[in-house]
Design a protein around this ligand. Structure first.
Ligand code: WQD
Length: 336
């Protein structure tokens, strides 16, 4: 089986590429390297000892994309390629709608042309918006308050319409919660461009000395300690969830949507404490006001993925904290 992994040099894409290769799949990795480094390809190869083809292609370049399908028999696609910074999307919505939505449309058109109609799509818990109460279930109404989240919600709608128009399409839409951690080798991990938006990469950059302290965005939320609660999931568990979703669409017809989370919420202060305990490192903090757009609490009901995909997260918060630190301490400047 040959799987095209778009955005395969990214944080979640690279971990999923490792899982697929170790599960015995062939892969073709596609990335425009706008938010990732070619070095990741080498790291995937050294972790798995497997070879595979990789292409520097932007999904908006239809001709180059078609060439990938001309040159490789593709059985299914796992589609990660997309921009994901909430703040940037607010400042530059056109960049996000064009890259994420138009890019996905061109991918689907090309897949259709080559009769490749199986896709696992990387969505996000952000589509649950501000009005749902955790634990979040897949049948809840969707809403978004930023263009990044809107691109994910629009693509979910596009994929549902596509599968309704042509039953040959088999689609698995995966809503991620908060991916953290890294492969146990410490060879691949999260490598944000510039100042990290997300909590764990900021913590690890403070730990390794790139940043002098962590700013906690608000401690007046209606939570047990006043700081935001999130469902942190190990990126390797997330990658295994993709492998299970892929297996499902290769085996049987249908389109479905799944939460990939642990079902456990940890506050900002708790995550900091677990990180400090797991790695015996002190993280200096300062307090500021709430970050616009943040919800107080967000965690998954993960039962549907357990029931239908036979998948549950297995790694705990200590694994996530230790593995995040191992990656950062072995790669203080990321992939450079
Ligand atoms: C987690 C908690 C912050 C940074 C985002 C996207 C979501 C997905 C994951 C793409 C919150 C607090 C953070 C910091 C802090 N991305 N925080 N200081 O916002 O839950 O989700 O990333 O799919 O779509 O929305 O993750 O890590 O940014 O924040 O106090 O320097 O940490 O307020 O409570 P978030 P996050």
């Amino acid at each position: 089986m040959n799987i095209l992994v778009t955005g395969g040099a990214g944080y979640i894409g690279s971990h999923t590429a490792v899982e697929l290769l170790e599960d015995g799949y062939e892969i073709v990795l596609l990335d425009n390297f706008s938010n990732s480094k070619p070095e990741v390809v080498n790291r995937i190869k050294s972790i798995t000892g497997k070879d595979f083809k990789s292409y520097k292609v932007d999904l908006l370049d239809k001709q180059r994309l078609e060439k990938v399908f001309e040159e490789n028999p593709i059985d299914a696609v796992i589609h990660f390629a997309g921009f994901k910074a909430v703040g940037e999307s607010v400042a530059n919505p056109i960049k996000y709608y064009k890259n994420n939505v138009v890019g996905t449309l061109i991918l689907c058109e090309t897949m259709n042309r080559y009769n490749v109609k199986k896709m696992v799509f990387s969505s996000s818990a952000t589509v649950y918006g501000m009005n749902n109460t955790s634990p979040l279930t897949e049948d809840m109404p969707l809403s978004t308050n930023n263009p990044y989240g809107s691109t994910k919600m629009m693509i979910e709608m596009i994929l549902n319409d596509l599968s309704y128009s042509d039953r040959d399409w088999r689609l698995s839409i995966l809503r991620y919660f908060n991916p953290i951690g890294a492969h146990e080798s410490g060879l691949i991990g999260e490598d944000p461009n510039g100042e990290p938006n997300n909590l764990m990469p900021y913590i690890t950059q403070v730990a390794v000395g790139i940043r002098d302290k962590l700013t906690i965005f608000g401690n007046d939320y209606p939570t047990h300690d006043g700081t935001g609660v999130r469902d942190y999931i190990h990126v390797v568990d997330l990658a295994k969830g993709h492998a299970k979703a892929l297996k499902k669409i290769l085996e049987k017809q249908g389109t479905d949507v799944f939460n990939l989370g642990t079902g456990i919420g940890y506050s900002v202060m708790e995550l900091i404490r677990y990180f400090e305990e797991a790695n015996e490192i002190n993280i200096p903090v300062t307090l500021s006001g709430r970050r616009p757009g943040d919800v107080a609490v967000c965690y998954a009901d993960p039962d549907k993925a357990a029931r239908i995909l036979d998948w549950r997260a297995e790694k705990d918060i200590y694994d996530m904290c230790r593995d995040s630190w191992r990656w950062q301490s072995k790669n203080p400047e990321g992939y450079k």
